[in-house]
Design a protein around this ligand. Structure first.
Ligand code: NAD
Length: 479
């Protein structure tokens, strides 16, 4: 197959068992490329290669690893326009968002390049005379990385970079919908001088490539980002063979707006958090919990601001919101609009399929008001440009509603009260708490992750990443 983008297994670019087209959601006549899908046997070969390469890589010079990661970061920055466009083309977020995501990926590689040099241990006196005790961190060996589609380059970076930094070899499986950016990122990694077998790219389905990674005895650790349902099945498979596992999953993130909030800040944060990146962020503000005194003003300002947002082709100048990622997700969003209406929520803006100059999966951002916490639209993750406003009497009720969910990824409060902001940070049941800032958009040098069903296992990002990608070793020495 000419032009087929191949998998990278054991130091070679190899064809798969089929070739799948990657379609641009802004224009379904635009095929971004055709990508080779691997099967179980090829995935097993990648795992065997990673396993064979792991001991030498784990003991390689930290300078060598640091230099390689830094070089990958530099190359990503140098190619940010090209890669940003590719992200926008295959996923549907805007060009600016795509470029921003590429820069973020670069920063992550450069951060972990430096982290490689900072990995340290501890020395203890022993309770027994004459003994020294040292604690050091060792790589896990082979890590399997299973990715979602909504951040085609940033999430791969925040898994691949720490995995390599701390001396692990990698089997990397991008999401089916977004192999293009992952493929270019893989070329850049391979060209940075990573030894054969240390990094493997295996594209394909979750049911074949994903389950092979989860069930293979030689994969010592699995880092997964995706839906709660798939995460639970990944966890069951990993735990059944005692593999280390880290899961980042869905959100139903609350943004509380109190009477004393600055209205412009509240609307800015709600619009950004709920609708940018087409609402397809695990940290999106899908529940806007608004107290009585500001409710009417907030609703009318939101409607006004929504009417200014431009939904169009992701690469078009002036587009604020690109298309939904695919037909399946668009249909799911429209089904939830119907569910919300049937539940008695008032749809005051959007929620319709749109047509544009090119055939794509366009949808107007939707706002429900006067909703109640028990409605399905307020309990289930939709993963689209849809938000609901839930009224609350005051702060205490707003906090109780915010915590009334099985998920606990991000959260936010808009207030000028130090008392409420401080109380919120201590009492919100979420891994991330924002005060006067959007629930989506986090820094790369600090821990990221949630509580309840949103996350499982060690946190990702920042130096906390080593908790997953290394194992602690305790050594006793008799002098
Ligand atoms: P998904 O669960 O459908 O797929 C995620 C990955 O798992 C894909 O690569 C898929 O091929 C693979 N997979 C599917 N079945 C598998 C199986 N049985 N075994 C192993 N792997 C399997 O999720 P998605 O639709 O790609 O992503 C959207 C979800 O990701 C949303 O729920 C979103 O909230 C979540 N997400 C979470 C975070 C976070 O950091 N918490 C970040 C981004 C996205």
């Amino acid at each position: 197959m000419s032009g087929l983008k191949k998998n990278y297994i054991a130091g070679e670019w190899v064809e798969g068992v089929s070739g799948e087209d990657n379609i641009n959601p802004s224009d379904t006549t635009d095929v971004v490329g055709t990508y080779a899908w691997a099967d179980s046997a090829q995935t097993e070969r990648a795992i065997e290669a990673a396993s064979a390469a792991a001991p030498a890589w784990g003991q390689s010079s930290i300078q060598k690893r640091s230099d390689a990661l830094d070089a990958i970061g530099n190359e990503l920055i140098a190619r940010k326009e090209e890669l940003g466009e590719l992200v926008a083309r295959e996923e549907g977020k805007t060009l600016l968002e795509g470029i921003g995501e590429t820069v973020r990926a670069a920063q992550i590689f450069k951060f972990f390049g430096a982290e490689t040099l900072r990995l340290n241990g501890e020395i203890f006196d022993s309770v027994r005379p004459g003994l020294d005790v040292t604690i050091t961190r060792a790589p896990l060996g082979v890590v399997g990385l299973i990715l979602p589609w909504n951040f085609p380059i940033a999430i791969p970076a925040w898994k691949v970079a720490p995995a390599l930094a701390y001396g692990n070899s990698v089997v990397f499986k991008p999401a089916e919908l977004v192999p293009a950016t992952a493929h270019v990122m893989s070329e850049i990694i391979v060209n940075a001088g990573i030894p054969d077998g240390v990094f493997n790219l295996v594209m394909g389905s979750g049911s074949e490539v994903g389950t092979t990674i989860v069930n293979h005895q030689k994969v010592t650790g699995i880092s997964f980002t995706g839906s709660v349902e798939t995460g639970q099945s990944v966890a069951r498979g990993a735990v059944s063979r005692m593999a280390k596992v880290q899961l980042e999953m869905g959100g139903k993130n609350p943004l509380i707006v109190l009477d004393d909030a600055d209205l412009t800040t509240a609307v800015d944060c709600a619009i950004n958090g709920a609708y940018f990146s087409t609402g397809q962020r695990c940290t999106a503000s899908s529940r806007l919990i608004v107290t009585e005194g500001i409710y009417d003003k907030f609703v009318s300002s939101m409607r006004e601001r929504l009417s200014t947002l431009v939904v169009d082709h992701a690469l078009k100048a002036g587009t604020d919101i690109g298309p939904v990622v695919d037909e399946r997700q668009l249909q799911k969003n429209l089904d939830y609009i119907q569910i919300g209406v049937e539940e008695g929520a008032k749809l005051v803006y959007g929620g319709e399929r749109l047509s544009r100059d090119t055939p794509g999966f366009y949808m107007s951002p939707a706002l429900f008001i006067d909703t109640s916490p028990n409605m399905r639209i307020n309990r289930e993750e939709i993963f689209g440009p849809i938000a609901s406003i839930i009224p609350a009497k005051g702060y205490d009720e707003a906090l109780a509603i915010a915590n009334d969910t099985d998920l606990g990824l991000s959260s936010g409060i808009i207030t000028t009260s130090l008392k409420h902001a401080s109380h919120f940070k201590r009492n919100i049941q979420a891994g991330v708490a924002m005060v006067n800032a959007p629930t989506a958009g986090v820094d790369y040098h600090v821990a990221f992750g949630g509580t309840k069903s949103s996350s499982y296992g060690a946190r990702e990002q920042g130096s906390y990443a080593k908790e997953f990608y290394t194992t602690v070793r305790t050594a006793y020495t008799q002098a």
